[in-house]
Design a protein around this ligand. Structure first.
Ligand SMILES: Nc1ncnc2c1ncn2[C@@H]1O[C@H](COP(=O)(O)OP(=O)(O)O)[C@@H](O)[C@H]1O
Ligand SMILES: [Mg+2]
Length: 242
């Protein structure tokens, strides 16, 4: 497979040439997206799903949270491309797929530099077909303990391969109709050699906090202590600390 990189004006694009062509830069333009996704507001950091040449794709623009985020909107301080969050996430997704980890295939990334001070960027991944995130699923129905165990074992598998997910919440876990879990949203994540026990445990407690929070918000959120026991016992059985 080939990753190709090119510049066009102030933009730099990287893309997977087995999936799209060099004309994929247009996919990052607001006008194209609005016309082809039916999505009118691309301002906030929400993922946008769309079809392109028979591919199901997901567009995500990087955004900053908090007050400063609102003021500077889509612009960041300019940094070297390789150190940008979007470039890192693109390459990290690729590296994880090489390890056969269940993550979306990265399709293209785009960085708009206005040197020396600002840039904005976005990434496109392949949509995991027939999937919903865990927040959506648990609002509607329960998973059985076997599925919670499967998820616990999958998280430890990522950790055994030194993957740190910076924000492992329920919305960043997908489950397909065939019962396969995927992890998404590796913004600020890293492949650490080695991954510390502290970071690994931080991922697991981040997930617990997210599930507790959702349970507080949604009256019939399907999550129990027994489910958590199933997840953590499978995790503990399979994690390898060196
Ligand atoms: N490749 C993908 N396939 C299917 N759904 C996805 C994919 N990427 C993201 N999503 C969905 O979009 C949501 C937001 O995407 P995410 O990458 O988590 O961005 P952010 O949380 O920064 O807005 C996810 O919670 C998930 O439901
Ligand atoms: Mg997310």
């Amino acid at each position: 497979m080939g990753h190709r990189e090119f510049r066009s004006g102030l933009a730099t694009v990287i893309y997977d040439d087995e999936m799209v062509g060099s004309d994929c830069e247009k996919l990052f333009h607001d006008d194209w997206l609005k016309e082809n996704t039916g999505c009118t507001s691309l301002q906030r950091g929400t993922a946008v799903m769309f079809e392109y040449r028979g591919l199901g794709l997901v567009f995500k623009r990087y955004h900053r949270g908090g007050l400063i985020g609102r003021i500077v909107a889509k612009t960041y301080r300019y940094r070297r491309l390789k150190n940008t969050r979007v470039w890192r996430e693109f390459h990290m997704l690729h590296a994880m797929r090489e390890l056969d980890l269940p993550v979306p295939r990265p399709i293209a990334a785009h960085c708009l530099g206005v040197p020396p001070l600002v840039y904005r960027c976005a990434v496109i991944t392949e949509r995991v077909p027939d999937s919903q995130n865990l927040t959506e699923i648990l609002c509607e129905s329960a998973l059985d303990n076997e599925q919670w165990e499967k998820l616990g074992a999958l998280i430890s598998h990522f950790h055994n391969l030194n993957v740190f997910h910076a924000d492992l919440n329920a919305s960043n876990i997908l489950l397909t109709g065939r019962g396969e879990f995927y992890l998404v949203d590796f913004d600020k994540g890293a492949i650490c050699t080695p991954l510390s026990r502290q970071n690994a445990e931080a991922n697991v407690s981040r997930l617990r906090r997210s599930l507790d929070k959702l349970q507080g918000i949604h009256p019939s959120f399907h999550f129990s202590e027994e489910n958590w026991q199933a997840l953590t016992s499978a995790y503990q059985r399979t994690i390898q600390y060196n």
